[in-house]
Design a protein around this ligand. Structure first.
Ligand SMILES: Cc1ncc(C[n+]2csc(CCOP(=O)(O)OP(=O)(O)O)c2C)c(N)n1
Length: 371
């Protein structure tokens, strides 16, 4: 039976009917709580808007995060400026939380000049040195050995950086998962493996992915702590991640955190989950909105008044609308950008190709980015 059907033992701060709290809330300034709440709301609003734009044929592809906002921001907000994030598909909200500009976020979805990668990457695969956010790796789990490598490097350099490595439950079936965890534990590397167990790897349910009762239990085999957390509880995620972070900072090595959450929608804008998922059999607790749970706690504690919340939502709405309006009308990258940023000195064969490439009168390639 899946861990989603047995939520009793998960670390929890925000109680649910029949599922009491078993851990205290982290001690955070009110401003930090509001900042986390804002980023969770931003993820939700972007999700709704971007899926709509995709259906209207205005962007090509989108990977939604709805339902996973608490797991994403509760953990990602622990990373400091000098730490590094190695994401899987659904952590773009962490980059935004760390200051990645919305303008560039929209630019990469439209694949135009506002995109720092100049439209050369798949949508959602952006990276940013400025906010220490590495591009997601399309081949599942390949980011994990990279993250371990970065953590070993940080340890050897003594720069104090902690690496946040994200994965889905499906990634635990890849050999890269094993290599990354084994190596990290042997080297006591400062890396936190954050598994968002959202119940599904496209159409494969968790209980067909592994015979283990949870992802967290696998940590024992590698010699590191493994903790299963109510992943829809932003405060439980935050508390647990802070513990793993402190441990990594003390030089005690990696941890595997399992945020038990739920993929509310399709795998991506290309997927239709009604083809393989029986919505009637979904455990009720995973459908309690993580944003509502956090909101209720913030309101009860006087951290979020109706005025704050309205101001946050209005500000986000304006930023999203303004950002999309700007990005949608930004020009496509110049054709020459297809040839730049790879060689410091361009080889002659490539120079010849660049010189002979067809151009329209505006200097942009027609049909270079078929959607
Ligand atoms: C090596 C590899 N195999 C298969 C795929 C196709 N694929 C893309 S996403 C995905 C499922 C990933 O599931 P999970 O790790 O649970 O993350 P989630 O999508 O649920 O967030 C698969 C199988 C791939 N990208 N790479």
């Amino acid at each position: 039976m899946s861990i989603h059907s047995q939520p009793e033992g998960l670390v929890r701060v925000l109680p649910l009917p029949g599922l009491p709290a078993n851990t205290r809330a982290p001690e955070l300034p009110a401003e930090e709580h509001r900042s986390m709440f804002r980023s969770m709301l931003l993820i939700r609003m972007l999700d709704e808007k971007m899926l709509l734009l995709q259906r209207q044929g205005r962007i090509a592809f989108f990977g939604p995060s709805a339902g996973q906002e608490a797991a994403i921001i509760g953990s990602g907000a622990v990373a400091r400026k000098d730490d590094w994030v190695f994401p899987a598909l659904r952590e773009a909200g962490i980059a935004l939380h760390r200051g990645f500009p919305l303008e560039q976020y929209f630019g990469q979805l439209f694949g135009n000049v506002l995109d720092p990668q100049q439209g050369r990457q798949q949508p959602m695969h952006f990276s940013s040195g400025a906010v220490h956010y590495v591009s997601l790796s399309s081949p599942i789990a390949t980011q994990l050995p990279q993250a371990t490598g970065a953590a070993v490097a940080a340890k050897l350099k003594g720069d104090g950086a902690v690496i946040f490595a994200y994965l889905g439950d499906g990634a635990t079936s890849e050999h890269d998962f094993h290599c990354a965890l084994n190596f990290a534990a042997v080297w006591k590397a400062p890396v936190i493996f954050c598994c968002q167990n959202n119940g599904w790897a496209i159409s494969v349910p968790f209980e067909k992915q592994t015979a283990s009762g949870s992802v967290a239990v696998k940590a024992a085999a590698y010699g590191m702590p493994g903790i299963a957390v109510d992943g829809n509880d932003a405060l439980a995620v935050r508390t647990t991640t802070e513990l793993a972070f402190a441990r990594a900072q003390r030089g005690e090595g990696p941890a595997l955190l399992e945020f038990v959450t739920w993929r509310r929608g399709g795998h991506s804008s290309s997927d239709d989950p009604t083809r393989y998922r029986d919505e009637a059999s979904i455990p009720a607790w995973v459908l309690v909105d993580p944003i509502e749970r956090y909101r209720a706690w913030l309101r009860a504690g006087g951290i979020l008044g109706p005025g704050n919340e309205e101001a946050i939502a209005l500000d986000l709405k304006a930023s999203i609308e303004e950002g999309i309006a700007k990005a949608e009308h930004a020009p496509r990258p110049d054709l020459d950008s297809m040839f730049s940023d790879v060689y410091s000195t361009m080889p002659p064969a490539l120079t010849r190709q660049m010189m002979s490439a067809d151009r329209d009168t505006s200097g942009k390639a027609e049909g270079a980015f078929p959607l």
